[in-house]
Design a binder for this molecule. Structure first.
Ligand code: GLY
Length: 506
């Protein structure tokens, strides 16, 4: 008989926890930034069961962008402080220039999203936009219409494999579709993204009357053979926890973008349902005593005492926060998702015991660079093998920071400013659009005759779009948008957007 199930106790994540983790992150990222040239990036720490100084990779590696993504978050949080995050992050982003069009695996999505997409969101510089389109086309070249998916890899015999991880890379299609003014490109990118997500739901998400299996994921689908196997989990029939978390995050993200397009309303519903099914399975399995706390074993079917994976926990927390804000999710469930995400982040945030999940290095201790500990690349009996076990991992740190910021957006402090604000002149006036801010209850649109302000409020809206029907004629106008959350906290203003050719406005 196994141990009886004992519910995991909810933990609280305070504003102080978030702030002290962000300050600690800044300290740790600075050590790495000071040590590594801008075309050399963190991979994982060198020894199993330990932190340390990052082993490194060049821009071609799939993990290369995560450190740059973390730097952009530092710029977002701390602005242009004495550490000069914008300049550092921008220089590192530019090192990825050739990478956006280099033929490579599905991981081009991770790289572009962490580098040029963040650069555009946080600086508004138009020169970054074509890089996002290049990356979408690089991923698009991997789309296999006969199978309805972007391929991960193929071996020397032409055997095509797709991993559940690919769900994450679809965001570059969705983002490019939102940003382009070319309808043909938009429709093509959207179609590939939606089709891949629908196909993956069929081939990777298990259906079963057993609640320990229903909504779980299998890792690698072999399209030539029609079978699904594992690469990094312990068995073809097991549930590798990071794969499960890629699915949770990937389907929540796919819902966020797809729901905007009426022609894909049915698919948007499927994506939201799938994000919930995969999340519900994750939480049911996490409650099994073998995990011991809010951080999962590397595989939900592993034996008690097997390695943990903090990267899966950070990803799952980020996904659950997103789902906890969606009105269409039943309110009890939203509450459970919030409690679970908060408890996961609190567990990761507070180093304690002899096997802590987070480092506690001093600023002088340059030999300790990662933020989190105990992230596992692979602990498989075959396939990916046993490698890089319970170490610091660049994407564990990235998703930990992202989840902390998502939690702050919705449940503490101020939400982040809306990103990707665009203003375009139309017959009806000026259309102002932006990307959603998680946790925003309303958005306030403000207009000024000078980019330096003062900005005057011209309307509030719950949707990420607004038409200024009273734009004065013959003037160059400028717009900013703020987000206000349910606690009435208003973000700082977005970057300024100015429609081209306003001088000829109606
Ligand atoms: N996408 C590779 C991994 O999750 O390890």
């Amino acid at each position: 008989m196994g141990k009886p199930a004992r519910p995991l106790q909810p933990l609280t994540l305070t504003a102080e926890d978030i702030n002290s983790n962000l300050a600690y992150a800044e300290q740790q990222l600075l050590k790495t930034e000071n040590r590594l040239e801008e075309n050399v990036h963190p991979r994982f720490t060198p020894t199993d069961f330990q932190g340390g100084q990052w082993l490194t990779i060049d821009t071609k590696d799939w993990r290369a962008g995560f450190f740059n993504g973390s730097e952009w978050m530092m710029f977002e949080v701390f602005g242009d402080n004495a550490n000069g995050w914008r300049q550092k992050a921008e220089a590192r982003t530019r090192a990825f220039s050739a990478e956006m069009s280099r033929p490579q695996t599905h991981d081009i999505g991770f790289k572009a999203l962490n580098t040029y997409a963040q650069a555009l969101r946080l600086t508004g510089l138009e020169e970054f936009k074509p890089k996002i389109f290049e990356a979408a086309n690089t991923l698009g070249n991997r789309f296999m219409p006969e199978h309805g998916v972007t391929k991960s890899w193929e071996d020397a015999n032409g055997e095509l494999r797709v991993i559940i991880d690919n769900m994450m890379n679809l965001e570059i299609f969705f983002l490019a579709a939102d940003l382009t003014t070319n309808a043909e490109d938009r429709d093509r990118w959207l179609k590939m993204a939606v089709t891949h997500a629908v196909t993956s739901e069929k081939n990777h998400i298990r259906d079963s009357s057993d609640p320990n299996i229903d909504g779980s994921t299998c890792h690698v689908f072999f399209y030539n053979r029609g079978v699904c196997k594992t690469h990094q989990g312990i068995a073809d029939s097991s549930t590798w926890t990071r794969g499960q978390a890629w699915a949770m995050y990937g389907y929540a993200m796919a819902y966020r973008y797809t729901k905007k397009w009426p022609q894909y309303a049915k698919e948007a519903e499927l994506f939201l349902a799938t994000a919930q099914r995969t999340s519900d399975l994750y939480l049911r399995r996490l409650a099994e005593p073998r995990n011991g706390d809010w951080i999962p074993l590397h595989d939900f079917d592993a034996e008690e005492g097997a390695p943990k994976d903090t990267s899966a926990a950070a990803l799952a927390a980020a996904a659950l926060i997103e789902l906890s804000t969606i009105d269409k999710v039943e309110s009890d469930k939203r509450g459970r998702y919030k409690v679970a995400a908060e408890s996961m982040l609190a567990t990761l945030s507070r180093p304690s015991g002899d096997k802590p999940y987070r480092t506690t290095a001093s600023p002088e201790d340059v030999a300790q660079e990662s933020i989190l500990l105990r992230a596992t690349t692979s602990f498989a009996t075959a396939g990916g093998g046993k490698k890089d076990i319970e170490r610091g991992l660049s994407y564990a740190d990235y998703y930990f920071l992202e989840a902390l910021l998502r939690f702050q957006d919705v449940y503490g402090g101020k939400p982040r400013a809306p990103g990707f604000v665009k203003a375009a002149k139309t017959a009806a006036g000026v259309d102002v659009t932006w990307s959603e801010t998680r946790g925003a209850a309303t958005y306030t649109v403000k207009r000024a005759a000078s980019a330096a302000g003062p900005f005057e409020t011209i309307g509030t809206t719950t949707e990420p779009k607004f038409t200024d029907t009273k734009a004065p004629a013959g003037q160059v106008l400028h717009y900013v948008v703020t987000a206000t959350n349910h606690a009435q906290a208003e973000s700082v203003a977005s970057l300024v957007a100015s429609p081209a050719a306003m001088a000829s406005a109606p």
